[in-house]
Design a protein around this ligand. Structure first.
Ligand SMILES: *Cc1c(COP(=O)(O)O)cnc(C)c1O
Length: 385
């Protein structure tokens, strides 16, 4: 075991104690149990019920979005969002390569192609400077549309992602998207509770999405939501996520090809309880960050990732970044921490390197490549020790 691995293990143990340390696990108490029992007693466990409506109202209130539409997971939320803003077959959609595969798969579900751009070392999200330089080089505007000069395809949208809960420079990305007629869908799956210049992530573009998967900051088991300020998008989202059924007292009328993506009431019951505790979770995540910061400060070769400028992060997953020149320590650290019951994980394999996306268009990705060799997520439970 390398000296650095040893130092990291000691530091994590000092903060988080001796037990097995997962990366992140959900935290429940009596409130979740009460809601679940109530929900079962009503018999409304499926796609209609009071908890779904309450959950949507509470999510909208918390994020400041005018509307929230609850769906079965974050990936389906992305799929619907991209469809609703008009992404279609053979369009290109700008996205990061340093992301969870769901971001990119949702683009593919519509027959569109991902077009990868580079990330910013300071935010881990799309770098606005790299973005505008790339668009200037490869795109051409005709009327109110932007085309990829090389492939001839329309570039119709951009999907920035707020990595591990840290906001990207979303105001600049928004400005560029307007300049190039790109619709903006924010993948805020990891950033519930994160704000950029005091505005909640996921509320900047046409639509934002959240995930409530079991590993996220709050969970509904499986679940997701679309956020929007646009009433007609909100109405359409609700309509096509619930099989496009036209309300009628007894007839089954569906007026377009809809999706069965509505969040079940029983999942929303869990979500209502979880959302009541989000401020407590956020506070605990921040305190954990400060404790880690303390013990990692003196270790040479790593830094603990700090919320970016102008941002308040939810600190969903605590992240160590190996300093340049220390990349060769990555495997040793991952191997030895996991061997010692400290769950750590590297960044996702970059999406442009996965088999199905090898021939996707992309800008040079030096920062994403470098970060992917230097990121380590460490135990981030809110109630460690
Ligand atoms: C979790 C996640 C999703 C997808 O959410 P699911 O609810 O698991 O479908 C999408 N994008 C990112 C960045 C995520 O972390």
């Amino acid at each position: 075991m390398s000296k650095l691995s040893n130092q990291i293990i000691d530091a994590i143990r000092e903060v988080a104690g001796k037990n097995y340390l997962p990366l992140h696990e959900p935290k429940f108490d009596e409130l979740e149990k009460e809601n679940l029992i109530n929900c079962i007693d009503t018999t409304y466990v499926s796609t209609i019920g009071k908890y779904v409506n309450d959950f949507e109202k509470n999510i909208a209130e918390f994020t400041g979005a005018k509307y929230a539409i609850a769906v079965v997971n974050g990936t389906s939320a992305l799929h619907l969002a991209l469809k609703l803003i008009g992404v279609d077959i053979d369009h290109e959609v700008i996205c990061p390569s340093l992301t969870f595969v769901g971001t990119v798969n949702a683009i593919s579900y519509l027959g569109a192609k991902p077009h990868f751009v580079d990330c910013d070392e300071k935010t881990l999200g799309i770098d606005p400077l790299a973005l505008i330089n790339w668009l200037e080089k490869i795109s051409i505007k005709k009327g109110d549309k932007t085309f990829n000069k090389k492939t001839g395809r329309i570039i119709s949208a951009i999907v920035p992602m707020h990595t591990y809960g840290h906001p990207a420079k979303i105001d600049q990305i928004l400005e560029i998207s307007r300049e190039y007629n790109l619709k903006l869908v924010e993948d805020a799956a990891e950033s519930l509770g994160s704000f950029y210049k005091e505005k909640h992530t996921g509320t900047f573009g046409e639509i934002g999405i959240l995930s409530f998967n079991g590993n996220k900051i709050i969970t509904t088991g499986g679940g997701g939501a679309l956020l929007t300020n646009d009433e007609s998008l909100a109405k359409s989202a609700k309509h096509i996520s619930s099989t496009a059924k036209v309300p009628h007292d007894w007839r089954y009328i569906h007026n377009e090809i809809g999706f069965n993506y509505r969040l079940p009431n029983i999942n929303a019951a869990l979500g209502c309880a979880q959302l009541k505790k989000i401020d407590k979770f956020l506070d605990a995540k921040r305190k954990l960050f400060l404790k880690y910061k303390d013990v990692f400060e003196s270790i040479n070769g790593i830094k603990l990732f700090n919320e970016p400028e102008n941002a308040v992060s939810n600190y969903w997953l605590q992240t160590i970044i190996l300093e340049n020149g220390f990349e060769n320590e990555l495997e040793d650290i991952l191997k030895n921490t996991n061997k010692k019951n400290i769950m750590t994980r590297p960044a996702w394999n970059l999406i442009h390197k996965l088999d199905m996306y090898l021939d996707a268009p992309k800008s040079p990705l030096p920062v994403s490549e470098s970060l992917s060799k230097r990121i380590i997520n460490i135990p981030s439970n809110v109630f460690l020790k």
